[in-house]
Write a new protein. Structure first.
Length: 100
C-alpha cells in the first residue's frame, strides 16, 4: 500500500486549528490603548527634556587606539581588520562591504 507522506496528519491539523483559534480569542490590545500607554510612559520622572541643562554631566569614554592590523574604511569610516581590505587608491582603503 502506498503512503502519502505529504498528507497532513489529523492530530497536527487539529493542533494547528486549536492554536489558531486560541490566537483569535486572545485579548489583544487595540491601537487606542497602546497609544495611551505610550503617552503615560513619556511623563515618567528621569526623562530628560529638550533644552535641559547638562553642563554638570561628565562623560567617561575609553578610547582604544587603532591596532597595526586594522584600517579605517574611506567610505564608511569604520575600523576594520586588514583582511577586509577590498581596494586601495591613493592611500585610501575601502572595505569589502563598501566595495560591493
Amino acid at each position: 500500500m502506498a503512503a502519502d507522506y505529504d498528507e497532513v496528519k489529523p492530530d497536527l491539523a487539529e493542533s494547528r486549528n486549536a492554536s489558531l483559534e486560541a490566537l483569535k480569542e486572545a485579548n489583544s490590545p487595540d491601537a487606542r490603548s497602546v497609544v495611551m500607554e505610550l503617552d503615560e510612559t513619556e511623563t515618567v520622572d528621569g526623562v530628560e527634556l529638550p533644552g535641559a541643562d547638562l553642563s554638570g554631566e561628565e562623560l567617561v569614554i575609553q578610547v582604544i587606539p587603532q591596532a597595526q592590523d586594522e584600517f579605517t574604511c574611506f567610505s564608511c569610516f569604520l575600523v576594520r581588520h586588514r583582511s577586509q581590505i577590498a581596494s586601495e587608491k591613493n592611500g585610501h582603503r575601502c572595505c569589502t562591504e563598501c566595495a560591493a
